[in-house]
Design a protein around this ligand. Structure first.
Ligand code: KQY
Length: 344
C-alpha cells in the first residue's frame, strides 16, 4: 500500500483518509505481511499510525493508489515476476486526475526492486484496477477504460487484447461495457465486478431502474451470461447490491484544497461507491463498509462467497471520497520464488 497525503484529493490534509488507510492495513495484517510506502516527510507519522509488524518503507508517489501504480504480479509455477504498465493518472492530459504523475510512474519499478522481483515493462497504458484475473487464463476488463483514447490512442481492441494477454499470460479477455456510474477512472473493472473463484463473478447490482447504474449493471450481466472463460466454462454471476446512491457532502468538499492540475471535487457529486472493491487476502476478505443500511447484508453475502476466508468490514467512506476503495489502495505480491538477477 501507499500512504495518502495530497490535500487536493484527501480532505483535511488527508488525516481522516490516513486513519481509514491505517484501518485497512490493520485488517490485512491479520492475514498476511503488509508493506506501506511513504513519502520521507510522512515516514514518522505513518510509522506511528500502523502496527510495528507492518513494514514501512520510504517510497515517494503522487498519490496512494497502489493497485494502479504498483506492479501486476504474474506467476509461472512458483516463479513470480512483475508487470510494470505505463501510467498516465487515469487519462493523461485528456481527463486524467492530476498532473504531474512522474513519481507514480516509477512506483512499480521501485516495488519490484525492493521485493527482488524481475520486471516486464509493458508497452501500454493500463492500471491494475483496469483488469481482473481468475488465475486460470481469463481477464475481465471494461471497454470504457481500456478502449478509451486517453489511455492508448492509436491502438484498437485487437491490439490491446493481444498485449494484455501477452503480459498477463492469459488467453481469454471478457469485455464488459461501462464501469460504475461516475467512476473517475473511466470505469475500472475493479469497482464493478470481480472473480470470486474461477468461473464465478461478483457484480455490483441495482434493481432501481431510475438509477443510471441500472443499465450499466444489466448490460454487464448480459455480457457475463453470454461469455465463456478460458476453460470453456459459463460464468456463475453473484449480484452484490450497490450502496447508496452516495454523494459528497458540502463539509466533505470544503475540506479539500483545490489545486491546479488536480480534479476538482464538488458537494453533491455522486460517489462511485461499490462493495465489489474488496481485497482478497490469505485467509480473509477485507470489504469496504459504505452504507449502514446494507453493510451487514453485504458482509454476509461476501462471506457466503468465500467460505474458506474470514470476511472483515472496514469503514471506507474516506477512501471513497478520494475516488476509489480498498481494492484500489492495495496490491498483492504473491509469495513465490524470484529467479534472475535481483534476489539473493
Ligand atoms: O479504481 C481504482 N483502482 C483506483 C481509483 C483511483 C482514483 C483516483 N482518484
Amino acid at each position: 500500500m501507499l500512504w495518502p497525503r495530497r490535500p487536493d484529493n484527501w480532505r483535511e490534509h488527508a488525516a481522516p483518509a490516513q486513519r481509514a488507510f491505517a484501518a485497512v492495513v490493520k485488517a490485512i495484517a491479520q492475514f498476511e505481511p503488509v508493506t506501506v510506502g511513504v513519502h520521507p516527510a510522512a515516514f514518522e507519522q505513518a510509522r506511528l499510525a500502523v502496527e510495528p509488524r507492518v513494514r514501512v518503507v520510504r517510497l515517494d508517489s503522487d498519490d496512494a493508489w497502489m493497485r494502479d501504480v504498483g506492479p501486476t504480479c504474474v506467476m509461472n509455477g512458483a516463479e513470480v515476476r512483475g508487470v510494470d504498465w505505463h501510467f498516465n493518472a487515469w487519462g493523461g492530459l485528456s481527463g486524467g486526475l492530476y498532473f504531474p504523475w512522474d513519481r507514480d510512474e516509477l512506483v512499480a519499478r521501485r516495488v519490484l526492486e525492493t521485493e527482488g522481483l524481475e520486471r516486464y515493462r509493458a508497452p501500454i497504458v493500463c492500471e491494475g484496477g483496469a483488469i481482473h484475473s481468475d488465475g486460470e487464463g481469463t481477464l475481465l476488463v471494461t471497454e470504457q477504460c481500456l478502449l478509451n483514447p486517453n489511455r492508448n490512442a492509436g491502438l484498437g481492441r485487437r491490439q490491446i487484447e493481444l498485449l494484455l494477454k501477452a503480459y498477463t499470460g492469459t488467453e481469454t479477455v471478457i469485455w464488459l461495457g461501462q464501469g460504475v456510474f461516475n467512476d473517475e477512472t473511466d470505469g475500472h473493472i475493479d469497482n464493478l465486478a470481480c472473480f470470486v473463484a474461477p468461473g464465478e463473478v461478483a457484480l455490483g447490482w441495482t434493481d432501481d431502474r431510475r438509477d443510471p447504474q441500472w443499465a450499466i449493471s444489466h448490460d454487464a450481466f448480459e455480457r457475463l451470461s453470454a461469455a465463456r472463460d478460458a476453460c470453456g466454462r459459463r460464468l456463475r454471476i453473484h449480484k452484490i447490491p450497490m450502496p447508496g446512491p452516495l454523494y459528497m457532502t458540502a463539509s466533505e468538499a470544503a475540506g479539500i484544497v483545490p489545486a491546479p492540475g488536480a480534479k476538482p471535487r464538488h458537494a453533491g457529486e455522486r460517489l462511485a461507491a461499490s462493495y465489489v472493491n474488496f481485497y482478497i487476502a490469505n485467509g480473509g476478505v477485507v470489504v469496504p463498509l459504505l452504507d449502514p443500511a446494507l453493510d451487514d447484508r453485504v458482509l454476509r453475502l461476501v462471506q457466503r462467497l468465500f467460505p474458506q476466508r474470514r470476511v472483515v468490514g472496514v469503514p471506507a467512506r474516506e477512501i471513497l471520497l478520494g475516488g476509489g476503495n480498498i481494492h484500489c489502495i492495495t496490491q498483492q505480491i504473491p509469495r513465490g520464488e524470484a529467479r534472475g538477477s535481483y534476489r539473493a
